[in-house]
Design a protein around this ligand. Structure first.
Ligand code: AMP
Length: 114
């Protein structure tokens, strides 16, 4: 898989406002926020997107969701709620080919999404 900007953030080759890290997961603020609070939660393992996951990634996918809950609480989003989004492929609007969960909060979200 080709290197992405997120691999460089994992390797600390470019800076990011990191809010959570463990052996498998990294979370950092999105550089172009679409909500007052916009954080990305990524696996350190380079997986292109949801479609590239296999049954071997089941535990990792759970860790990504659990880390998202932890980060949302830590960043003050629990009381009013938040949204978790995983853009996948062209129609999903994915622009970085490294699996990532968007945590969006701090304002009322619209539904359906655009
Ligand atoms: P997506 O469009 O779902 O692939 O989301 C990719 C996200 O990565 C976008 O919201 C970008 O603003 C964000 N992004 C791109 N480069 C960086 C960076 N260097 N640091 C933090 N977020 C980034």
């Amino acid at each position: 898989m080709a290197q992405t900007i997120f691999d460089k953030i994992i390797a600390r080759e470019i800076s990011a406002r990191i809010v959570y890290e463990d052996d498998d997961v990294l979370a950092f603020y999105d550089v172009a926020p679409k909500a007052p609070t916009h954080i990305l939660v990524i696996p350190k393992k380079p997986i292109e997107n949801l479609l590239a996951t296999t049954e071997h990634d089941t535990v990792l996918l759970g860790k990504l969701l659990a880390a998202s809950v932890h980060v949302a609480r830590a960043e003050g989003l629990a009381s009013d709620g938040f949204r978790v989004v995983i853009n996948t492929g062209k129609n999903g609007g994915q622009s970085v080919d490294h699996l990532h969960l968007h945590i969006l909060g701090g304002r009322q979200m619209a539904w359906p999404p655009g």
